[in-house]
Design a protein around this ligand. Structure first.
Ligand code: ATP
Ligand code: MG
Length: 481
């Protein structure tokens, strides 16, 4: 059941339950008050007539007593007046006695001289009795008793009317208060709760769902909103981490598959290469004694040997690249060696793409590193440069590698510069983030630079984009050994 429906139902139930007691209390109070004032009026009138009545009874003046009885009988709310003599014989009577209230003899005995006694009977009325006495030489002489019946019929009617009005006003006030409370609850509890319900049902690890933090919210709801938003962020962050780890695992498994393949290919190439090299050397030896053919054959075999040596170098490079170097021990390596071996791996690709790849300046120096990992970083940077340059319309495309010393000579700086279109400012701030790529799906994972930064930092170095350079230039800083 909805909270709003429950509130409405409970309020209606409450109204029904309190209506009856409220009506009853209002009715009895109103009747009591009005009957009290009616009895007071009649009592006063009776008291004022008592002396006159006493004299009339003493003198046996029946017209006079009749007049008094009928005057009392005409008071509003008096239904009958009966006058008895001292033997309880009826002397006078006013109005119709149809609704007369019974009067017992015992009551007469209890009456004291000239005292007005009020006797309540049923809710429809009451009566007043008074013993009329006169002091004589023989003592107190009883002259008679007067009894006045008072009815409440009209008072009951008006008490009902008053109670109805009062109940209506009370219910009106209650409904108004409830309505204001209901609007308040709807705004500050029911609405935020349904917002929560909607947000939770739409929530998933990819959706960026945030509830508005409203300063007007009550403390509990404001707290709940904050906690909810925090939970959403945590969920998104952990989803991001899981995603990143998943991609890294994919990348690692891709790399290890590539590594296995590369080492297999290297092995397969190596055997025929050795055989070819062996035969070339035998040809060289065989023609050594034949001066006619020697110079021409020597020239060709020389070239063929150079070719096979280059293939052998690539195979070696492939083998070392294919290895997962993350567990290798750190070793002192000559920077030039790592750079030349890495360039060797992509030289053909650049040549085929008509991109000039050159080392423009170099200083020698050793670094302590895991060779295959630094090679991986360089290859990443070179591949990015290749991708940036390859689409350029210009014929003169180039990528330059430069090795220099840092100002304090403690570090070796490797610059990789390309003639590509550059990196726009808004993108430049994101390129080191994992999974950020501008390349089409399937071409780039967006992990190259972030993995490279991780590797370089493990080596105590830095990798960054040189914003001050005219061309796109990445700087790789590594501590000297
Ligand atoms: N030399 C460069 N010139 C222009 N943009 C570059 C260059 N190097 C990197 N970028 C930008 O940085 C982004 C991130 O590079 P990163 O190497 O991390 O991932 P990627 O190259 O897109 O994917 P992957 O390395 O997995 O193939 C690239 O998509 C590209 O937009
Ligand atoms: Mg890349």
């Amino acid at each position: 059941m909805r909270l709003s429906h429950k509130l409405l139902r409970d309020a209606a139930l409450f109204l029904i339950l309190i209506s009856m007691p409220v009506y009853y209390l209002a009715f009895t109070y109103s009747l009591k008050e009005s009957s009290k004032s009616r009895e007071l009026i009649v009592t006063r009138q009776l008291t004022s007539f008592q002396n006159t009545l006493k004299e009339a009874l003493w003198n046996g003046d029946s017209p006079y007593t009749r007049q008094i009885v009928s005057t009392l009988g005409n008071i509003e709310g008096v239904s009958s007046v009966v006058l008895y003599d001292d033997k309880m014989e009826k002397i006078q009577e006013s109005n119709s006695p149809s609704k007369r209230i019974p009067f017992s003899h015992d009551m007469y005995k209890e009456l004291e001289s000239n005292q007005v006694k009020q006797i309540k009977t049923k809710s429809e009325g009451s009566f007043l009795v008074s013993l009329i006495t006169k002091k004589t030489d023989q003592g107190l002489e009883k002259l008679g008793i007067i009894k006045i019946d008072i009815h409440y019929n009209d008072l009951i009617k008006s008490a009902h009317a008053r109670s109805r009005t009062m109940l209506a006003v009370l219910l009106g006030i209650f409904i108004l208060i409830f309505f204001i409370q209901f609007l308040y609850l709807r705004e500050f509890l029911i609405k935020p709760l349904s917002d929560f319900e909607k947000a939770i049902s739409e929530m998933n690890v990819y959706a960026d769902i945030k509830l508005k933090e409203d300063p007007n919210h009550v403390f509990e709801i404001a707290n709940l909103t904050k906690t909810f938003n925090h939970m959403g962020e945590e969920l998104k962050n952990s989803a991001g981490i899981i995603n990143q780890q998943q991609m890294q695992m994919i990348n690692v498994s891709k790399m290890s598959a590539l590594g296995e393949m590369a080492s297999g290919v290297a092995h397969e190439i190596n055997n025929p290469l050795m055989i070819t090299t062996g035969f070339l050397e035998r040809i060289q030896k065989a023609v050594q004694n034949d001066p006619e053919k020697y110079s021409e054959i020597a020239m060709h075999t020389e070239k063929a040997l150079k070719g096979t040596q280059r293939v052998a170098k690539i195979v070696k490079g492939l083998r070392s690249f294919a290895r997962n170097g993350s567990k290798d021990p750190m070793q002192e390596v000559e920077t030039e060696k790592i750079i030349s071996e890495t360039l060797e791996l992509c030289f053909e690709r650049f040549k085929y793409g008509e991109i000039q790849l050159e080392i423009t300046k170099t200083v020698s120096g050793k670094i302590i590193c895991r060779e295959s990992q630094i090679s991986q970083v360089l290859l990443n940077l070179l591949n990015n440069a290749y991708d940036a340059v390859t689409e350029m319309p210009s014929k003169n495309k180039w990528v330059k590698v430069e090795v220099a010393d840092s100002a304090d000579q403690n570090k070796i700086l490797i610059y990789i510069t390309d003639c590509g279109p550059g990196i726009p400012k808004d993108i430049a701030s994101k390129i080191l983030e994992p999974f950020f790529t501008t390349k089409e799906t399937g071409k780039g994972t967006g992990l190259g630079l972030s993995i490279s930064v991780g590797i370089v930092e493990e080596h105590g170095g830095k990798l960054y984009l040189d914003h001050g350079h005219d061309n796109t230039r990445f700087v790789l800083e590594l501590p000297r050994a």
